[in-house]
Design a protein around this ligand. Structure first.
Ligand SMILES: [Zn+2]
Length: 634
């Protein structure tokens, strides 16, 4: 369908559905959504489920807004909002967007602001003409969330022009012939790192993930001819904010990609934090980053955030729905519906098929599914991990051992995911008196990443959500945690003789503040170094895990060398990845069972092992492509 015919079809659907008294003043495309402007917003919204009926006819999300001419003055609107919303909602801020006729209300209790079944908001809409959206005031203020919101407001005009272009592009006519589709491995196949997959049909091209390799400088196969020119891509989809999945997305923008990026809102914010930090880390090592902060800002402008379960057209013949992957905040399994249901495939991204301290297990139900692309980090026969509960016990006893002998414990963590779980474990164990109350220092973005978690409670499991918001004792705000945000504070901690615990990035010890603590504390056998996450081959963390008596590494821009006397231990059960048993269970309980499973994101032997087991046990076609290979889907 072309742009013109989509607008015409919308006009027709509106004519059929709406009574004559409701006048439509304009119809526009905004990214994947159709936007309808009317002078009678009140009647439009209260007269029946017009919006749903129109959306159903068009198979698209439809948004209705007031004709800008009918909006009341923002000052008057603010008065009305404050009068109508009950005080217990605790409004923190209001943002008016005259261009869209939207007002964002930041409130401590969104439920009170929205009212039962949206009653307060509906009354408000009728009174002020502006369309209100309510967002929660984060209990821990996040600089990133704030900056992203400010940036989106400031880049409003650019974004609007951009979304219109995207909408027109998505609405173009697909070729009339029978659909074909293939999935090309561009990185992260028979290896961990630099994840990148290209989904191609004769009409469309979608890139899923574009990551760095944490163990080396290798990038995905950017020069593969099917990826070029970059502007021939319709969409870039990001499963989650770890750098091995999103670290090189800004490079695509720098070298000519002009389209949208789809991910969840928390992924957008975490990704912004991680990407900006990665520039800092690289610069500290006197290397040049492959992109700069302007590319990251551009990325934020062009990100179209999607909610789990919301189906969106991202190309003329591709629909995307994101589902919980259970791995880190906002991490998603991406489900693609091709053509008129000709084929359905899901890219798992990284998944955890177990309820963790933070998240529900990964979704395993899809309306349809013929092909699954599945991660295999712990896919080997022997890669069985202890449960979360066992991991928690192991963690406590190791911590107690190190603290009892007067040592300090270093826990290298990814800022996102494992840090928050370890924080929750420590807070609970210290509260229960099972681990002595010593200071827990957080260094390198961990605090900020935690703040972003509290800004998106709907992505956490219900127990944690209740703990944060209803019981009023947010574990992340416990006084055992101390944020390290300056070199002088870091020096004080490094020089202190008292036992303490430090959680610091980077998770695989490939740079970042963790290196300073390691260098200072490695020569003392009283101390401990505890790995709680996957250490990719080639990383410094992996070398230490294998056991070394002397460690040589880059400290800033120079080579450093220290004797390794501290106790090095690994606790597997905290992984954000499914272990072998969970991967098999995930496939066993998949509904529906796919015909084909393509394996990636794992060391080669583990991938091959998993491929053969999946084939034997489930009688599915299992594939383990090399990078640059393509698999025809239909
Ligand atoms: Zn990940």
């Amino acid at each position: 369908m072309s742009f013109e015919s989509l607008i015409e079809q919308t006009r027709e659907a509106l004519r059929e559905v709406l009574p004559e008294t409701i006048e439509v003043s304009d119809i526009e495309l905004e990214g994947p959504h159709v936007v309808v402007y009317t002078k009678q917003l009140d009647a439009f919204l209260s007269g029946g489920d017009y919006l749903r009926q129109v959306a159903q006819r068009l198979h698209r999300r439809v948004v209705v807004r007031s004709d800008p001419a009918t909006l009341i003055d923002p000052k008057e609107a603010e008065k009305a909002i404050r009068a109508l919303i009950p005080p217990e909602a605790e409004i923190a801020q209001l943002f008016f967007e005259p261009e869209t006729g939207e007002v964002t209300i930041e409130a401590a209790s969104p439920g009170a602001a929205i009212g039962r079944g949206g009653s307060v908001l509906n009354d408000l809409k009728k009174q002020i003409g502006w369309v209100p959206t309510v967002v929660r005031t984060p209990p821990i203020p996040s600089k990133t969330v704030e900056e992203v919101r400010i940036h989106l407001r400031n880049s409003f005009d650019d974004r609007r022009t951009f979304l219109k272009k995207v909408g027109i592009r998505i609405a173009r006519d697909p070729l009339p012939e029978k659909l074909w589709a293939r999935s090309t491995a561009l990185g992260g196949y028979r290896e961990v790192g630099r994840s990148a997959h290209l989904l191609t049909t004769q009409n469309s091209k979608v890139l899923i993930d574009c990551g760095i390799d944490p163990g080396s400088d290798r990038t995905p196969f950017f020069n593969a001819p099917e990826l070029l020119p970059l502007d021939s891509l319709d969409a870039v989809v990001v499963t989650h904010a770890h750098l091995d999945h999103c670290g090189l997305v800004p490079v695509l923008l720098k070298y000519g990609y002009k389209g949208p990026i789809y991910c969840t809102a928390p992924t957008r914010d975490l990704m912004t934090l991680m990407l900006l930090d990665a520039i800092k880390v690289v610069n500290q090592e006197a290397r040049k980053a492959l992109y700069d902060s302007s590319n990251v800002r551009d990325l934020v402008t062009r990100t179209i955030p999607l909610r789990w379960g919301e189906t969106t057209d991202i190309a003329p013949d591709i629909r995307l729905t994101m589902h919980n992957a259970g791995h880190i905040l906002g991490s998603s399994i991406c489900h693609f519906h091709l053509g008129e249901g000709d084929h359905n495939l899901a890219y798992s991204g990284d998944i955890k098929f177990e309820r963790s301290w933070l998240f529900n297990p990964a979704t395993n139900r899809f309306p349809r599914l013929e092909t699954l692309v599945l991660e295999s980090t712990y896919g080997g026969y022997r890669n069985v991990q202890p449960s979360r509960q066992q991991a928690t016990e192991d963690f406590s006893s190791l911590t107690n051992k190190v603290l009892a002998r007067g040592g300090k414990l270093i826990v290298p963590v990814f800022a996102v995911g494992r840090s928050q779980e370890v924080m929750l474990v420590l807070e609970e164990k210290m509260r229960e008196g099972k681990v002595p109350r010593v200071p827990v220092y957080l260094d390198g973005m961990i605090f900020e990443a935690t703040a972003i978690h509290t800004a998106y409670p709907e992505y956490l499991n219900s127990q944690l959500r209740t703990q944060i918001f209803q019981q009023g004792d947010n574990p992340f705000l416990s006084d055992v945690f101390h944020r390290i945000d300056s070199q002088s504070m870091r020096s004080t901690v490094l020089d202190s003789k008292e036992p303490s615990i430090i959680l610091a990035t980077s998770g695989m010890m490939s740079g970042g503040p963790v290196m300073e603590y390691f260098r200072a504390w490695a020569p003392d056998e009283k101390n401990g170094l505890l790995f709680v996450g996957y250490q990719a081959e080639g990383t410094f963390g992996n070398r230490l895990q294998r056991g070394v008596s002397e460690a040589t590494f880059f400290d800033g821009s120079r080579q450093a060398s220290v004797p390794v006397k501290l106790e090095v231990a690994t606790i597997e059960g905290f992984s954000g990845h499914s272990d072998r048993v969970q991967l098999m269970n995930f496939v066993a309980s998949l509904d529906p069972r796919p015909q084909r499973i393509i394996l990636n994101h794992g060391e080669e032997s583990r991938i091959l092992d998993l491929a053969s087991s999946l084939h034997k046990r489930f009688n599915v076609e299992s594939r383990a492509p090399f990078n640059l290979e393509a698999i025809r889907l239909i």
